[in-house]
Write a protein that binds this ligand. Sequence first.
Ligand code: TYD
Length: 140
Amino acid sequence: MQLTEQYKIIDFRECGDERGNLVVVEGHQDIPFDIQRIFYIYGSDATVVRGSHANLNSQFVLINVSGTSKVKVTNGTDTEIINLDRPRMGLFLDRMVWKEMYEFSADSVLLVLASEHYDEHEYVRDYNEYLTMMQDGVNE
Ligand code: TYD
């Protein structure tokens, strides 16, 4: 499968008015799954690299609700870097995409919506193991 089919940038609806902004994210409408879990990452800085894993089952949507960060995604063949730089932008990541989040701004709050509950067993954290799995067609 092509990397371009494994991630997607989503522009959420914004209902802004003179009182400020309001961004709407609805499960199964704005994002392509039921939200089973949310977590958020803050207090990471420009020197930190997070993620560095792929997930056998989970799909994610990443949103920098405050500040900015970068996400490097790869399927072992192709690589893209996505700048998360506005609160109404979401990055959908499909199963088995290898991801690294880095260059967090000091005010970065990275919200993550996940399609599954946490299960450490579905994390692939060794990049060589990941490459072998991709070569063996886990992603087909
Ligand atoms: P980790 O997967 O390293 O975070 P990231 O990839 O986002 O940098 O997780 C850090 C710790 O938090 C690790 O001990 C597992 C735990 N954790 C949970 O218990 N539940 C969760 O939903 C997540 C994402 C992590």
